[in-house]
Design a protein around this ligand. Structure first.
Ligand code: CP
Length: 312
């Protein structure tokens, strides 16, 4: 078992062994964050660039902390203060940053395929931190890590992904990953946000949230991505709430020990009721915590740290 890829561009082309290798490495990384001194010298001398063309709270911060806990130097590219505002292209921006000899570039971009495009002309390791509606691989990895932590397995679990599936890179990466690890994935949402084409991804598709909830082990709620919608996909938020908000009443239909997940940011009382988001069944903040361990594991596996150095 190992990880032999140069880049992390998505989940679709990873094998089950690749995924397990990242999850298992993240177990060791999680321990580092519990120490009084949360730092090991594993990636000392390596340089990482956080290149975010879209806003982020969780992904950007946790990649920065992950790099720092492994002693890598990290540069946070500031879009608003950059020459992108003067019209510099993505290609020229990346070529100029690469001239500064980084080892890895972490990229988030509104265009699906931007990290793949960058990987075609870069020497550095490229990590996809979310591209358009395409993929968000480290989110799916931290979700799988959290499910495994809570449920001790993934195979055979009934996992609902609910909401704006059409525009969600989180949904796509999770569909690929959870399928590879043997979960029973059910996509739930209104028909305009969950077209029938998704059945080709080896998942069950349902427009009836109440029915789909029965016996669910995991409920993964998604935000409505208004920034990626050029038109309104449903008549009103009130109607959406009635049919698709995860309320206490709906949650009772799932297994009593079902866990509730959300990649963030939350639209409280739209896709998830506040009392559910803050309930004991919610693992939303555990997902955030686990994001650091997963991103440490990804940096470590791509940048070639030596395992013996992790105990220092
Ligand atoms: N889950 C996620 O990608 O959150 P951010 O947009 O805050 O990074």
């Amino acid at each position: 078992m190992g990880f032999s890829h140069k880049h992390l561009l998505g989940i679709q082309h990873l094998s089950e062994d690749d995924i397990l290798s990242i999850l298992d490495t993240a177990e060791s990384m999680a321990e580092i964050s519990t120490r009084e001194v949360k730092k090991v010298p594993t990636l000392r001398g390596k340089t990482v660039i956080n290149l975010f063309f879209e806003p982020s709270t969780r992904t950007r911060s946790s990649f920065e902390l992950a790099a720092k806990r492994l002693s890598a130097d990290i540069l946070n590219f500031s879009l608003q203060a950059s020459s992108v505002t003067k019209g510099e292209s993505l290609r020229d921006t990346v070529l100029n940053l690469e001239a500064m000899n980084p080892d890895a570039i972490i990229i988030r971009h509104a265009y699906s395929g931007a990290p793949h495009f960058v990987s075609t002309f870069c020497r550095s390791h490229i990590i996809n931190a979310g591209d358009g509606s395409h993929e968000h691989p480290t989110q799916a990895l931290l979700d799988a890590f959290t499910i495994r932590q809570e449920k001790k397995k993934i195979k055979g679990l009934k996992i609902l992904i609910v909401g704006d599936i059409l525009h969600s890179r989180v949904a796509r990466s999770n569909i690929f990953l959870l399928n590879k690890l043997g979960a029973h994935v059910v996509l739930v949402g209104p028909p305009p946000l969950l077209p029938s084409i998704f059945t080709s991804l080896n998942v069950e598709v349902s427009h009836d949230f109440d029915k789909a909830c029965i016996d669910a082990d995991v409920l993964m709620m998604l935000r409505i991505q208004r920034e990626r919608q050029e038109k309104y996909f449903f008549p009103s938020i009130r109607e959406y709430r009635e049919l698709y908000t995860l309320s206490k009443k709906r949650l009772k239909k799932a297994k009593p020990d079902a866990i509730i997940m959300h990649p963030g940011p939350l639209n409280r009382d739209v896709e998830i009721a506040t009392d559910v988001a803050d309930s004991v069944q919610s693992v939303i903040l555990k997902q955030v915590e686990n994001g650091i361990a997963i991103r440490m594991a990804v940096l470590y596996l791509l940048l070639g740290g030596k395992s013996r150095e992790m105990s220092d």
